[in-house]
Design a protein. Sequence first.
Length: 255
Amino acid sequence: MVHIKTDTHIAAMREAGRVVAQILTRAREAAAVGVSPRDLDEAAREVLSGAGASSPFLNYRPHFAPTPFPAVICVSVNDAIVHGIPSADPLRDGDLVSVDAGALLGGWAGDSAISFTVGKARPADTRLIDTADEALAAGIGAAVVGNRIGDIAHAIGTVCRKAGYGILDGYGGHGIGRSMHEDPSVPNEGRPGRGMALRHGMVLAIEPMLIGGGGDDFRHDEDGWTLRTTDGSRASHAEHTVAITNDGPRVLTAL
């Protein structure tokens, strides 16, 4: 069931989105050679505490997970695509890092992700990260009243495939509101003009997940959470929480 939000609800979700943006900003500022993903998680906890917010990630346990998620952010490094559990292993020069963060504030959720390089970036990684951002922007641009879910999916998929990248098979964006995951699902590839019609008050988490090697396959780590590329290539993830409005898409997790 898709839950339509009022303008007041969207305004409240924007406040949760601001907290998410602050978490990602803090994580990016803190990330450096020698700093661990677990350090980034600690920084994220400080932001949540300071804002009076909580994490929808911490202790989250969907049907596929063998254990509850133990952190407030996901930190996926290099060939990890998404859902990385923050480890104590120090980040190294040239690592490609994706951070996915969420916040619950006033009963509403926000969800967003960024990717960046620690230290000196490889040109191939920069292109991969930039393409994920471009795909996200294309998806947001298609998130307008009168379009359909398929238009968002097609916009994202077109950017990714044109650049020669793979798209994480079976995963995509989702509705968001009182909980982090709501209907509808938002694929990262699809046919335009298909799927649910977009209307004022829908709020979606749009999130392209790109695989540098060009394939769509992935494997699970032994932790049951982390998804990795099967070919060892690097991956990039970008995400925003976006409200569909009569005035156009409104990004609720922008800084």
